[in-house]
Write a protein that binds this ligand. Structure first.
Ligand code: ACM
Length: 552
């Protein structure tokens, strides 16, 4: 093609694609390799297309998903021989192609030929599923396929989103909406924070009071006036049937749910349900489900009764989450005041030759870890788990100081990067542009504070999960990264979506795309298409001017 034709094609394409750079495609996260044949333009997807897939269930997923996005119901054939001569979408989910992307279990190749035929190769179902997510994003704008060759696989195996349901309970419909969105953007881990001082959200058959008592609080802080109780009892929890259903729903979309049960702190709701599990020998002992945000003093007592209780709880949790190789045991923000004052806790420290309450915490966690390991699972904990000695077999989630990342890497532990500086979606994108409405209150609402906590979209986009100073041979211990949706000020799901989007898209690209493919300008060009999809599914999000896309 001569240069004039090339420029014309590029110009036509930039008009069509609403300003995308030449060679770019509207896909988040940005694929590892894209070769775009701009001169061939785009080919409309039509009912003339036939899906060819030997895996009938996968073929149905393709047909149903394409129907959802385009309204076109495409026929599915098991083999090319039975297909017609119409353009085909061939899905080969057991490809043995030597390509490094295709041979990755989550990777794929997607080729669109000039006649509109599509060839998808993946070595496993996960890769074929991700190819479908790329395909629907490609056709989202105008139900047309660009002529393109994509080879893609993830940078990290842990591409996480966390959801705190302890402070607010959103329910199955909301969680499934979040799972749908995560799948579309190739996130694969939902870290489900199910227990808190302010509410216990998971049914445990052996301990019914956890939900009868622990899932309810008498009051919550008033939106816009956090020191004033609102006078409204608040509660909710997931039944075991609901949990099993959500776990299966996530599995079908390539997502593993990692449950978190907080020990030894953030445990007031559990201790309010079964007061004998706390430090009963301290003065003014009066546990209740907490009604204010912040860190609270109630910790589990290090007694045999507590360990029996927790082992039973974790047994039920392991059974409910059969896919999860990990169980998250929390470990963060456990004040040591009650253990300092408890004669019983002090006796445990002495009898076990522990130095202090920090070592008591590690001793406490080690007992639970042993139990969880015996059930074939590994533990994850927040970075406080290294304070009294880090278990060599634990995975650590770095949220406070990056120095803990280097310490854990040096010891040989795996880590997941989720630092407050880049990954805390409870922080506003910008405090200055918040809507003038108490419903949009954030943890830091106050501009007079010198360094209010904020995570702009660009900040999360610029996260480099491998900490500076990581020795090259330790890089593989950084198994991924995650954004956290803490819910103190997320009063309902509409409000949660305002904090979630568009930052979820940035996290998806950080976690999936190779470092070299990440580009803030390119991301901004691809963003409008993702926002349009949020409009279509009637999701809320933060618009670039700070206002919500949807009224509450
Ligand atoms: C945390 O934010 N407390 C892990």
């Amino acid at each position: 093609m001569n240069i004039r034709k090339l420029l014309l094609a590029a110009f036509a394409y930039s008009l069509l694609s609403g300003g995308l750079a030449v060679g770019e495609i509207n896909v988040i996260p940005r694929p590892a390799q894209i070769v775009r044949n701009i001169a061939s333009g785009s080919i409309p997807l039509g009912t003339s297309h036939v899906i060819v897939c030997t895996d009938a269930a996968l073929g149905r997923v393709y047909a149903d998903t394409l129907f959802e996005w385009t309204g076109l119901r495409l026929a599915v054939h098991p083999t090319a021989a039975t297909a017609t001569d119409r353009p085909v979408i061939v899905v080969d989910s057991a490809s043995r192609a030597a390509d490094t992307h295709v041979s990755h279990p989550e990777g794929y190749a997607l080729e669109v030929a000039a006649d509109g035929s599509v060839r998808i190769e993946a070595s496993a179902r996960a890769g074929a599923f991700y190819a479908l997510q790329t395909l629907v994003q490609l056709i989202a704008q105008d139900a047309a396929l660009p002529v393109v060759s994509i080879h893609d696989s993830p940078r990290f195996k842990w591409r996480g989103m966390h959801l705190d349901e302890g402070r607010h309970f959103f329910g199955p419909v909301a969680v499934k909406r979040m799972i749908d969105s995560m799948a579309l953007y190739k996130l694969n881990i939902l870290h489900w924070h199910l227990t808190e001082d302010q509410g216990w959200r998971i049914e445990i058959k052996k301990y019914p009071k956890l939900t009868q008592i622990g899932s309810w609080r008498a009051n919550s802080p008033t939106p816009g006036d956090r020191n004033k109780p609102d006078g409204v009892p608040y509660g909710g929890y997931y039944t075991q049937d609901e949990i099993r259903e959500i776990v299966a729903y996530a599995r079908q979309r390539g997502i593993t749910i990692i449950p978190e049960i907080e020990i030894p702190g953030h445990a007031a709701a559990a201790i309010a349900s079964y007061p004998e599990l706390g430090n009963t020998d301290i003065e003014s002992y009066a546990p209740k489900v907490m009604e204010r945000w912040g860190v609270h003093p109630y910790t589990f007592a290090p007694k045999e009764k507590t360990f029996r209780f927790l082992q039973d709880v974790f047994d039920e949790v392991c059974a409910l989450f059969p896919d999860s190789p990990y169980i998250h045991i929390g470990g963060d923000e456990a004040p040591k005041k009650q253990w300092e004052k408890s004669a019983f806790a002090q006796k445990v420290i002495r009898e076990n030759n522990l130095k202090d309450e920090m070592e008591l915490q590690s001793w406490f966690l080690a007992r639970i870890e042993k139990h969880i390991n015996a059930r074939g699972r590994r533990i994850i904990g927040w970075d406080e788990i290294q304070e009294g000695g880090l278990s060599p077999t634990a995975t650590m989630m770095v949220w406070r100081n990056w120095k803990w990342a280097l310490l854990a890497l040096e010891k040989g532990n795996d880590i997941i990067m989720t630092p407050t500086s880049h990954c805390y979606l409870d922080y506003a994108e910008s405090i200055e542009s918040l809507p003038d409405d108490p419903y949009y209150e954030h943890v830091d609402n106050n501009l007079t504070k010198r360094t209010p906590r904020q995570v702009p979209l660009e900040k999360i986009y610029q996260l480099e999960p491998v900490p500076e100073g990581t020795p090259p041979d330790r890089e593989k211990q950084v198994i991924g990264c995650q954004a956290n949706l803490w819910s103190e000020y997320l009063f309902d799901w509409n409000r949660a979506e305002y904090n979630l989007y568009p930052r979820l898209f940035a996290m998806a690209e950080v976690a999936w795309s190779p470092k070299a493919a990440r580009d803030w300008n390119s991301f901004q060009q691809r963003l409008p298409s993702a926002l349009r999809h949020l409009d279509q599914i009637k999701a809320n999000y933060r618009r670039p001017d700070g206002l919500p896309a949807r009224a509450r």
